[in-house]
Design a protein around this ligand. Sequence first.
Ligand code: NAI
Ligand code: MG
Length: 364
Amino acid sequence: MPTYKLLLLPGDGIGPEVMGQVQTVIGVLAETGIATFETETDLVGGAAIDAHGKPLADATLARADAADAILLGAVGGPKWNGVAYDIRPEAGLLRLRKDLGLFANLRPAICYPALAEASALKRELVEGLDIMIVRELTGGVYFGEPKEITTLPDGSKRAVDTQVYTTGEIERIAHVAFDLARKRSGRVASAEKNNVMKSGVLWKEVVTQVHAAHYADVALEHVLADNCAMQLVRRPKQFDVLVTDNLFGDVLSDVAAMLTGSLGMLPSASLGAVDARGTRKALYEPVHGSAPDIAGQDLANPLAMIGSLAMALRYSFGLGEAADLLDGAITDALAGGARTKDIAGDGAKVLGTAGMGEAVVSAL
Ligand code: NAI
Ligand code: MG
Protein backbone atom coordinates (compact mmCIF):
# COMPACT_ATOMS: atom_id res chain seq x y z
CA MET A 1 0.00 0.00 0.00
CA PRO A 2 1.50 3.38 -0.99
CA THR A 3 2.17 5.99 1.68
CA TYR A 4 1.22 9.59 0.96
CA LYS A 5 2.80 12.69 2.45
CA LEU A 6 0.20 14.95 4.00
CA LEU A 7 1.02 18.34 5.49
CA LEU A 8 -1.47 19.37 8.19
CA LEU A 9 -1.83 23.11 8.84
CA PRO A 10 -4.46 23.40 11.60
CA GLY A 11 -4.19 27.22 11.89
CA ASP A 12 -6.30 29.23 14.31
CA GLY A 13 -9.57 29.23 16.23
CA ILE A 14 -11.58 26.07 15.53
CA GLY A 15 -8.95 24.98 12.96
CA PRO A 16 -6.99 22.80 15.43
CA GLU A 17 -10.24 21.35 16.86
CA VAL A 18 -11.60 20.16 13.51
CA MET A 19 -8.12 19.04 12.40
CA GLY A 20 -7.96 16.88 15.54
CA GLN A 21 -10.93 14.89 14.24
CA VAL A 22 -9.24 14.47 10.86
CA GLN A 23 -6.19 13.06 12.63
CA THR A 24 -8.43 10.51 14.34
CA VAL A 25 -9.96 9.55 10.98
CA ILE A 26 -6.49 9.27 9.42
CA GLY A 27 -5.56 6.84 12.21
CA VAL A 28 -8.64 4.71 11.49
CA LEU A 29 -7.94 4.69 7.72
CA ALA A 30 -4.47 3.32 8.50
CA GLU A 31 -5.64 0.73 11.07
CA THR A 32 -8.24 -0.63 8.69
CA GLY A 33 -5.76 -0.76 5.80
CA ILE A 34 -7.76 1.70 3.69
CA ALA A 35 -4.94 4.24 3.30
CA THR A 36 -1.74 5.18 5.10
CA PHE A 37 -0.40 8.69 5.41
CA GLU A 38 2.86 10.12 6.58
CA THR A 39 1.75 13.34 8.28
CA GLU A 40 3.63 16.44 9.32
CA THR A 41 2.07 19.34 11.20
CA ASP A 42 3.10 22.97 10.87
CA LEU A 43 1.90 26.51 11.60
CA VAL A 44 -0.07 28.92 9.43
CA GLY A 45 -1.97 32.17 10.00
CA GLY A 46 -2.06 33.74 13.45
CA ALA A 47 -0.28 30.78 15.02
CA ALA A 48 2.64 31.34 12.61
CA ILE A 49 2.63 35.10 13.29
CA ASP A 50 2.99 34.38 17.01
CA ALA A 51 5.89 32.00 16.38
CA HIS A 52 7.75 33.59 13.46
CA GLY A 53 6.33 37.09 12.98
CA LYS A 54 4.78 36.15 9.64
CA PRO A 55 1.76 34.05 8.63
CA LEU A 56 3.69 31.50 6.52
CA ALA A 57 7.34 30.69 7.20
CA ASP A 58 9.54 29.89 4.19
CA ALA A 59 10.26 26.46 5.70
CA THR A 60 6.50 25.78 5.87
CA LEU A 61 6.08 26.75 2.23
CA ALA A 62 8.93 24.36 1.33
CA ARG A 63 7.21 21.55 3.25
CA ALA A 64 3.94 22.36 1.49
CA ASP A 65 5.72 22.20 -1.85
CA ALA A 66 7.17 18.77 -1.00
CA ALA A 67 3.90 17.27 0.31
CA ASP A 68 1.51 15.21 -1.81
CA ALA A 69 -1.36 17.26 -0.40
CA ILE A 70 -2.04 19.92 2.22
CA LEU A 71 -4.94 19.98 4.66
CA LEU A 72 -5.63 23.38 6.18
CA GLY A 73 -8.00 24.20 9.06
CA ALA A 74 -8.68 27.95 9.17
CA VAL A 75 -6.77 31.16 9.79
CA GLY A 76 -7.45 34.44 11.54
CA GLY A 77 -9.18 35.85 14.57
CA PRO A 78 -9.54 39.03 16.62
CA LYS A 79 -6.14 38.54 18.27
CA TRP A 80 -4.42 39.48 14.97
CA ASN A 81 -6.77 42.27 13.83
CA GLY A 82 -4.08 44.88 14.48
CA VAL A 83 -1.20 43.32 12.51
CA ALA A 84 0.08 44.97 9.31
CA TYR A 85 -1.92 44.19 6.13
CA ASP A 86 0.97 42.30 4.47
CA ILE A 87 1.44 39.91 7.36
CA ARG A 88 -2.23 39.39 8.36
CA PRO A 89 -3.22 35.73 8.87
CA GLU A 90 -5.05 35.50 5.49
CA ALA A 91 -1.83 36.48 3.70
CA GLY A 92 -0.42 33.07 4.68
CA LEU A 93 -3.24 31.27 2.91
CA LEU A 94 -3.06 33.56 -0.13
CA ARG A 95 0.69 32.94 -0.41
CA LEU A 96 0.16 29.17 -0.32
CA ARG A 97 -2.44 29.40 -3.11
CA LYS A 98 -0.33 31.75 -5.22
CA ASP A 99 3.11 30.16 -4.80
CA LEU A 100 1.77 26.64 -5.38
CA GLY A 101 -0.25 27.81 -8.42
CA LEU A 102 -3.58 26.53 -7.07
CA PHE A 103 -5.82 27.90 -9.82
CA ALA A 104 -8.82 25.57 -9.61
CA ASN A 105 -11.12 25.85 -6.63
CA LEU A 106 -13.61 22.98 -6.30
CA ARG A 107 -16.56 23.59 -4.02
CA PRO A 108 -19.15 20.85 -3.84
CA ALA A 109 -22.64 21.78 -2.63
CA ILE A 110 -24.31 18.62 -1.44
CA CYS A 111 -27.64 18.44 0.32
CA TYR A 112 -27.65 15.45 2.67
CA PRO A 113 -31.12 13.86 2.90
CA ALA A 114 -31.02 14.11 6.70
CA LEU A 115 -30.39 17.85 6.49
CA ALA A 116 -32.83 18.94 3.77
CA GLU A 117 -34.81 20.86 6.40
CA ALA A 118 -31.73 22.97 7.23
CA SER A 119 -31.64 24.41 3.69
CA ALA A 120 -32.79 27.95 2.92
CA LEU A 121 -35.04 26.37 0.26
CA LYS A 122 -37.93 23.89 0.29
CA ARG A 123 -37.03 20.21 0.71
CA GLU A 124 -38.18 19.17 -2.79
CA LEU A 125 -35.93 21.77 -4.41
CA VAL A 126 -32.75 20.62 -2.64
CA GLU A 127 -33.15 16.96 -1.70
CA GLY A 128 -30.50 15.01 -3.63
CA LEU A 129 -28.71 18.19 -4.68
CA ASP A 130 -25.07 17.55 -5.68
CA ILE A 131 -23.40 20.44 -7.51
CA MET A 132 -19.68 20.94 -8.08
CA ILE A 133 -18.70 24.56 -8.52
CA VAL A 134 -15.34 25.03 -10.25
CA ARG A 135 -14.06 28.54 -9.61
CA GLU A 136 -10.96 30.03 -11.26
CA LEU A 137 -8.88 31.15 -8.28
CA THR A 138 -5.72 32.95 -9.36
CA GLY A 139 -6.86 35.33 -12.12
CA GLY A 140 -9.63 37.79 -12.87
CA VAL A 141 -10.58 41.02 -11.17
CA TYR A 142 -9.08 40.18 -7.76
CA PHE A 143 -5.58 40.19 -9.26
CA GLY A 144 -5.78 42.23 -12.50
CA GLU A 145 -3.68 45.40 -12.88
CA PRO A 146 -4.19 48.34 -12.68
CA LYS A 147 -5.81 48.11 -9.29
CA GLU A 148 -5.82 51.47 -7.54
CA ILE A 149 -7.64 54.43 -6.10
CA THR A 150 -6.55 57.81 -7.51
CA THR A 151 -7.62 61.38 -6.75
CA LEU A 152 -9.16 63.40 -9.59
CA PRO A 153 -8.46 67.15 -10.19
CA ASP A 154 -11.73 68.07 -8.49
CA GLY A 155 -10.66 66.19 -5.35
CA SER A 156 -13.06 63.28 -5.80
CA LYS A 157 -11.66 59.79 -6.16
CA ARG A 158 -11.58 57.13 -8.84
CA ALA A 159 -11.23 53.40 -8.10
CA VAL A 160 -10.12 50.83 -10.66
CA ASP A 161 -10.11 47.05 -10.60
CA THR A 162 -9.24 45.20 -13.77
CA GLN A 163 -10.76 41.95 -14.97
CA VAL A 164 -8.12 40.06 -16.98
CA TYR A 165 -8.21 36.54 -18.43
CA THR A 166 -5.93 34.90 -20.96
CA THR A 167 -6.71 31.98 -23.25
CA GLY A 168 -4.37 29.74 -21.24
CA GLU A 169 -6.03 30.56 -17.93
CA ILE A 170 -9.48 29.80 -19.31
CA GLU A 171 -8.35 26.61 -21.06
CA ARG A 172 -6.86 25.03 -17.95
CA ILE A 173 -9.90 25.69 -15.76
CA ALA A 174 -12.18 24.41 -18.55
CA HIS A 175 -10.18 21.15 -18.65
CA VAL A 176 -10.64 20.71 -14.88
CA ALA A 177 -14.41 21.18 -15.23
CA PHE A 178 -14.83 18.83 -18.20
CA ASP A 179 -12.63 16.12 -16.63
CA LEU A 180 -14.73 16.29 -13.46
CA ALA A 181 -17.98 16.11 -15.44
CA ARG A 182 -16.81 12.87 -17.06
CA LYS A 183 -16.63 11.27 -13.61
CA ARG A 184 -20.03 12.71 -12.63
CA SER A 185 -23.20 13.21 -14.66
CA GLY A 186 -21.45 14.42 -17.82
CA ARG A 187 -22.85 17.96 -17.79
CA VAL A 188 -21.06 21.31 -17.54
CA ALA A 189 -22.60 24.77 -17.26
CA SER A 190 -20.23 27.69 -17.88
CA ALA A 191 -21.20 31.06 -16.39
CA GLU A 192 -19.95 34.48 -17.60
CA LYS A 193 -21.38 37.75 -18.88
CA ASN A 194 -20.43 37.87 -22.55
CA ASN A 195 -23.28 40.35 -23.08
CA VAL A 196 -21.41 43.13 -21.23
CA MET A 197 -17.82 41.97 -20.64
CA LYS A 198 -14.98 41.30 -23.10
CA SER A 199 -13.54 38.75 -20.68
CA GLY A 200 -16.92 37.03 -20.88
CA VAL A 201 -16.73 36.92 -24.68
CA LEU A 202 -13.30 35.26 -24.50
CA TRP A 203 -14.39 32.93 -21.69
CA LYS A 204 -17.33 31.63 -23.71
CA GLU A 205 -15.23 31.29 -26.87
CA VAL A 206 -12.40 29.36 -25.19
CA VAL A 207 -14.69 27.05 -23.20
CA THR A 208 -16.55 26.29 -26.45
CA GLN A 209 -13.26 25.48 -28.23
CA VAL A 210 -11.94 23.21 -25.44
CA HIS A 211 -15.28 21.40 -25.42
CA ALA A 212 -15.34 20.88 -29.21
CA ALA A 213 -11.72 19.73 -29.35
CA HIS A 214 -11.65 17.30 -26.41
CA TYR A 215 -15.00 16.66 -24.72
CA ALA A 216 -17.69 15.93 -27.29
CA ASP A 217 -19.10 13.31 -24.84
CA VAL A 218 -19.83 16.00 -22.22
CA ALA A 219 -22.91 18.24 -22.49
CA LEU A 220 -22.03 21.96 -22.34
CA GLU A 221 -24.42 24.80 -21.60
CA HIS A 222 -23.55 28.51 -21.38
CA VAL A 223 -25.40 30.60 -18.84
CA LEU A 224 -25.18 34.30 -17.97
CA ALA A 225 -23.85 34.63 -14.42
CA ASP A 226 -26.78 36.72 -13.13
CA ASN A 227 -29.30 34.27 -14.55
CA CYS A 228 -27.19 31.49 -13.00
CA ALA A 229 -27.62 33.04 -9.53
CA MET A 230 -31.36 33.10 -10.12
CA GLN A 231 -31.45 29.50 -11.37
CA LEU A 232 -29.42 28.29 -8.37
CA VAL A 233 -32.20 29.48 -6.11
CA ARG A 234 -35.12 28.64 -8.42
CA ARG A 235 -34.17 25.14 -9.62
CA PRO A 236 -30.69 24.20 -8.34
CA LYS A 237 -30.79 20.53 -9.33
CA GLN A 238 -30.51 21.46 -13.04
CA PHE A 239 -26.76 21.97 -12.45
CA ASP A 240 -24.01 19.39 -12.08
CA VAL A 241 -20.55 20.92 -12.77
CA LEU A 242 -20.62 24.72 -12.87
CA VAL A 243 -17.44 26.47 -14.09
CA THR A 244 -16.90 30.18 -13.72
CA ASP A 245 -14.35 32.93 -13.06
CA ASN A 246 -12.93 34.14 -9.77
CA LEU A 247 -15.47 36.90 -9.01
CA PHE A 248 -18.65 35.15 -10.16
CA GLY A 249 -17.38 31.94 -8.56
CA ASP A 250 -16.95 33.65 -5.21
CA VAL A 251 -20.57 34.82 -5.25
CA LEU A 252 -22.19 31.78 -6.86
CA SER A 253 -20.43 29.32 -4.55
CA ASP A 254 -21.71 31.21 -1.51
CA VAL A 255 -25.24 31.11 -2.95
CA ALA A 256 -24.89 27.36 -3.49
CA ALA A 257 -23.52 26.98 0.05
CA MET A 258 -26.73 28.29 1.55
CA LEU A 259 -28.75 25.67 -0.33
CA THR A 260 -27.10 22.99 1.78
CA GLY A 261 -27.51 24.22 5.35
CA SER A 262 -24.45 25.10 7.43
CA LEU A 263 -21.02 26.48 6.68
CA GLY A 264 -19.78 23.69 8.94
CA MET A 265 -20.65 21.12 6.24
CA LEU A 266 -18.75 22.46 3.24
CA PRO A 267 -15.34 21.15 2.10
CA SER A 268 -13.21 22.53 -0.74
CA ALA A 269 -10.19 21.70 -2.85
CA SER A 270 -7.73 24.02 -4.59
CA LEU A 271 -5.75 22.30 -7.33
CA GLY A 272 -2.68 23.22 -9.38
CA ALA A 273 -1.64 22.09 -12.84
CA VAL A 274 -0.84 18.45 -13.56
CA ASP A 275 2.96 18.07 -13.84
CA ALA A 276 5.09 15.72 -15.93
CA ARG A 277 4.77 12.95 -13.31
CA GLY A 278 0.97 13.17 -13.48
CA THR A 279 0.70 14.68 -10.00
CA ARG A 280 -0.57 18.10 -8.98
CA LYS A 281 -0.26 20.44 -6.01
CA ALA A 282 -3.40 20.52 -3.93
CA LEU A 283 -4.75 22.15 -0.80
CA TYR A 284 -7.92 20.99 0.93
CA GLU A 285 -9.77 23.12 3.46
CA PRO A 286 -13.22 23.73 4.85
CA VAL A 287 -15.03 26.77 3.42
CA HIS A 288 -15.61 28.20 6.89
CA GLY A 289 -13.23 30.43 8.85
CA SER A 290 -11.77 30.17 12.33
CA ALA A 291 -15.13 30.87 14.06
CA PRO A 292 -13.71 32.71 17.10
CA ASP A 293 -17.21 32.91 18.58
CA ILE A 294 -17.27 29.16 19.21
CA ALA A 295 -13.54 28.31 19.39
CA GLY A 296 -12.35 26.21 22.30
CA GLN A 297 -15.87 25.12 23.32
CA ASP A 298 -16.19 21.75 21.56
CA LEU A 299 -18.97 23.23 19.39
CA ALA A 300 -17.38 23.23 15.92
CA ASN A 301 -18.79 20.91 13.29
CA PRO A 302 -15.84 18.84 11.97
CA LEU A 303 -17.66 17.51 8.87
CA ALA A 304 -16.38 20.19 6.46
CA MET A 305 -12.82 19.34 7.54
CA ILE A 306 -13.41 15.57 7.35
CA GLY A 307 -15.09 16.06 3.95
CA SER A 308 -11.95 17.93 2.85
CA LEU A 309 -9.90 14.82 3.67
CA ALA A 310 -12.33 12.78 1.54
CA MET A 311 -11.70 15.20 -1.34
CA ALA A 312 -7.93 14.71 -0.87
CA LEU A 313 -8.39 10.94 -1.13
CA ARG A 314 -10.37 11.40 -4.33
CA TYR A 315 -8.48 14.16 -6.15
CA SER A 316 -4.88 13.80 -4.96
CA PHE A 317 -4.48 10.09 -4.31
CA GLY A 318 -6.86 8.41 -6.74
CA LEU A 319 -8.49 6.63 -3.79
CA GLY A 320 -12.05 7.07 -5.03
CA GLU A 321 -13.34 4.03 -3.14
CA ALA A 322 -11.84 5.20 0.14
CA ALA A 323 -13.32 8.66 -0.50
CA ASP A 324 -16.73 7.06 -1.12
CA LEU A 325 -16.38 5.15 2.17
CA LEU A 326 -15.58 8.31 4.09
CA ASP A 327 -18.33 10.37 2.40
CA GLY A 328 -20.68 7.45 3.07
CA ALA A 329 -19.69 7.48 6.75
CA ILE A 330 -20.59 11.19 6.94
CA THR A 331 -23.96 10.51 5.29
CA ASP A 332 -24.60 7.55 7.63
CA ALA A 333 -23.63 9.47 10.77
CA LEU A 334 -26.12 12.21 9.79
CA ALA A 335 -28.79 9.67 8.88
CA GLY A 336 -28.23 8.09 12.31
CA GLY A 337 -29.12 11.42 13.93
CA ALA A 338 -25.64 12.77 14.72
CA ARG A 339 -25.85 16.56 14.90
CA THR A 340 -23.57 19.36 16.02
CA LYS A 341 -25.26 22.54 17.25
CA ASP A 342 -25.09 24.36 13.89
CA ILE A 343 -27.19 21.68 12.15
CA ALA A 344 -29.39 20.57 15.04
CA GLY A 345 -33.10 21.17 14.63
CA ASP A 346 -35.37 21.59 17.63
CA GLY A 347 -35.16 18.74 20.09
CA ALA A 348 -32.19 16.98 18.46
CA LYS A 349 -29.50 15.59 20.74
CA VAL A 350 -26.42 17.73 20.19
CA LEU A 351 -22.90 16.32 19.89
CA GLY A 352 -19.66 18.22 20.30
CA THR A 353 -16.78 18.29 17.82
CA ALA A 354 -15.26 15.10 19.22
CA GLY A 355 -18.67 13.39 19.45
CA MET A 356 -19.35 14.05 15.77
CA GLY A 357 -15.87 12.76 14.91
CA GLU A 358 -16.64 9.55 16.84
CA ALA A 359 -19.99 9.18 15.01
CA VAL A 360 -18.17 9.32 11.67
CA VAL A 361 -15.50 6.88 12.85
CA SER A 362 -18.04 4.34 14.04
CA ALA A 363 -19.97 4.64 10.75
CA LEU A 364 -16.69 4.14 8.90
P1 NAI B 1 -16.52 31.95 10.05
O1 NAI B 1 -16.70 31.00 8.94
O2 NAI B 1 -15.34 31.74 10.92
O3 NAI B 1 -17.82 31.96 10.97
C1 NAI B 1 -19.12 32.37 10.49
C2 NAI B 1 -20.19 31.77 11.39
O4 NAI B 1 -20.32 30.38 11.11
C3 NAI B 1 -19.86 31.89 12.89
O5 NAI B 1 -21.04 32.12 13.60
C4 NAI B 1 -19.31 30.52 13.22
O6 NAI B 1 -19.50 30.16 14.57
C5 NAI B 1 -20.07 29.61 12.27
N1 NAI B 1 -19.23 28.45 11.88
C6 NAI B 1 -18.18 28.46 11.04
N2 NAI B 1 -17.63 27.25 10.94
C7 NAI B 1 -18.36 26.44 11.73
C8 NAI B 1 -18.26 25.05 12.07
N3 NAI B 1 -17.33 24.25 11.56
N4 NAI B 1 -19.17 24.56 12.95
C9 NAI B 1 -20.12 25.34 13.46
N5 NAI B 1 -20.26 26.65 13.19
C10 NAI B 1 -19.39 27.20 12.34
O7 NAI B 1 -16.44 33.42 9.40
P2 NAI B 1 -16.21 34.84 10.10
O8 NAI B 1 -16.85 34.88 11.44
O9 NAI B 1 -16.58 35.82 9.09
O10 NAI B 1 -14.63 34.95 10.28
C11 NAI B 1 -13.93 34.58 11.48
C12 NAI B 1 -12.43 34.62 11.21
O11 NAI B 1 -12.10 33.61 10.25
C13 NAI B 1 -11.94 35.93 10.64
O12 NAI B 1 -10.69 36.21 11.20
C14 NAI B 1 -11.82 35.67 9.16
O13 NAI B 1 -10.87 36.48 8.55
C15 NAI B 1 -11.39 34.21 9.16
N6 NAI B 1 -11.74 33.46 7.92
C16 NAI B 1 -10.82 32.54 7.51
C17 NAI B 1 -11.10 31.75 6.42
C18 NAI B 1 -10.12 30.71 6.07
O14 NAI B 1 -9.26 30.36 6.85
N7 NAI B 1 -10.20 30.14 4.88
C19 NAI B 1 -12.35 31.90 5.65
C20 NAI B 1 -13.28 32.83 6.23
C21 NAI B 1 -12.96 33.60 7.32
MG1 MG C 1 -16.85 34.24 -0.64
